[in-house]
Design a protein around this ligand. Structure first.
Ligand SMILES: Cc1cc2nc3c(=O)[nH]c(=O)nc-3n(C[C@H](O)[C@H](O)[C@H](O)COP(=O)(O)OP(=O)(O)OC[C@H]3O[C@@H](n4cnc5c(N)ncnc54)[C@H](O)[C@@H]3O)c2cc1C
Ligand code: HEM
Length: 392
């Protein structure tokens, strides 16, 4: 797909661009938000901008895409693009914004690399950008049409009414929402997330993703942990009550429980058990006979959201087991289940498909343990509650 001439130039300049990509993305975002302050206020997650996570993710994905193109010039790495495309559609980016990003990204490249950016180098990287952008646009157009389900793909946001809210633990609250127009809730697959858009006190309209923790009876359920210093999670905890309206994008996300009969392992830490609870709920509701191994790590019994749900859903499934690890357990708790999640004490059946969700150190450790237990890398899927820095 990448022309032979560009492939040669990109390969030769990848080390230079790669080494400078942190600077390039910093300049890029500064330029972008100076020219379009509304994008930082109303589209980008300003928490991720402040802590630098999104900047690293964009840089990492461009470098990864360029490397993939050089290694396999005729293949489009769609699996890598799916996560980005789902996120883009969920937050509502538009195809014309790719030109805006292009303008500021290339101005930033020239700003940082100066005369090293000859017309030949600029043309080669331009080709990489548009291959990436056009691939994303194609996937995003398809996803938007599917998510619109006959409605307007140009505006996927819909108002929902909060029909109930429950406190799961001290800092974790579940919201049950239904479409405000009385229509049915959109279809979802267990493991997917919704974007929630809220107007904050300073007038900014910030967007965050929340995994569905279940869906029932025409309602969607999502569960929010109050993040220390977090803007939207605190806003939802403090201001979103039963009867209130909240804007949601339809369920999206490329990590979802695949149909099948094979064994499933669901591993989570902390609030990472929201998508796992949706998966377990779905398996129990459909009377699944699959072998299901749930593994969860938390600080203690009181911080463990969905503790009772885990026990009840596991009991409903004839071939399910649950293994819970607490770092600082309260009361009488078996020593071998104290500490971080440790799969060496868990039987991982042959043919297992694993779904993981939790902080990056947890994901790294569990993935390693699963590989050691013989689970092929292709059968290990993970969700992260922030920009995917594994790409970087
Ligand atoms: C696919 C996906 C699914 C998710 N599912 C869930 C879920 O089911 N449940 C759930 O609770 N969460 C989930 N999340 C996380 C959620 O989207 C939010 O990221 C989370 O609620 C925090 O948002 P916030 O606005 O409260 O925090 P933010 O304001 O975005 O802050 C995030 C962090 O950055 C820090 N920060 C803010 N400003 C600065 C600064 N100036 N300098 C340095 N650090 C700063 C904050 O202290 C905080 O620790 C999910 C995320 C994704 C991507
Ligand atoms: C080829 C061009 C682009 C690339 C390579 C790219 C890459 C990425 C990546 C890697 C993520 C993080 C995905 C994740 O792990 O969750 C992301 C998210 C995002 N992108 Fe893009 N993107 C591109 C174009 C755009 C454009 C044109 C816009 C619109 C202005 C945009 C807006 C966003 C937003 C708002 C998010 C979510 C960020 C957050 O909430 O922190 N991107 N993009």
């Amino acid at each position: 797909m990448l022309s032979a001439k560009s492939a040669e130039v990109v390969e030769a300049t990848l080390p230079v661009v790669g080494a400078a990509i942190g600077d390039i993305t910093a300049h890029f975002y500064d330029r972008l938000f100076a020219a379009h302050p509304e994008l930082l206020r109303d589209l980008f997650n300003r928490g991720n901008q402040a802590n630098g996570a999104q900047r690293q993710a964009l840089a990492g994905s461009i470098a990864a895409f360029a490397s993939a193109l050089i290694a396999h010039p005729d293949q489009r790495p769609d699996a890598m693009l799916a996560r980005i495309a789902h996120k883009h559609v969920s937050v509502g980016i538009t195809n014309d914004q790719y030109r805006i990003v292009h303008e500021h990204l290339f101005a930033a490249i020239v700003e940082v690399l100066g005369e090293a950016v000859t017309p030949e180098v600029a043309a080669a990287w331009d080709e990489v950008y548009w291959l990436l952008a056009n691939a994303l646009v194609a996937i995003e157009d398809r996803l938007r049409a599917e998510a619109a389900a006959g409605g307007d793909p140009a505006d996927l946001w819909r108002p929902y009414t909060v029909v109930a809210r429950y406190q799961e633990t001290d800092g974790v609250t579940t919201f049950l929402v239904r479409p405000a127009d009385g229509g049915p809730a959109p279809a979802s697959r267990p493991g997917q997330y919704v974007s929630v858009r809220t107007r904050l006190a300073d007038g900014a309209r910030q967007i965050r993703q929340y995994s569905l923790s279940g869906s029932a009876d025409g309602a969607l359920r999502f569960t929010v942990k109050r993040e220390p210093g977090g803007e939207v999670s605190a806003h939802l905890h403090d201001h979103l009550h039963t009867g209130d309206t909240v804007e949601l994008a339809p369920p999206l996300g490329d990590i979802a429980l695949a149909d099948g009969d094979g064994p499933v392992l669901l591993a989570s830490a902390g609030i990472g058990n929201t998508p796992m609870t949706a998966m377990l709920d779905h398996l129990a509701a459909s009377g699944s006979l699959r072998t299901v191994v749930s593994v969860h790590g938390d600080r203690d019994q009181l911080t463990h959201a969905f503790r009772a749900d885990l026990a009840q859903l596991t009991a409903k499934l004839p071939n399910a087991t649950a293994h819970v690890f607490y770092e600082r357990p309260l009361g009488d708790w078996p020593a071998e289940r104290t500490g971080l999640v440790d799969l060496s004490t868990v039987d991982v059946p042959a043919g297992t498909t694993a779904y993981l969700c939790g902080p990056l150190p947890f994901l790294r450790a569990v993935r390693e343990q699963l590989l050691t237990a013989g689970v092929p890398a292709a059968d290990i899927h993970y969700e992260v509650f922030g920009p995917d820095l594994w790409l970087a």
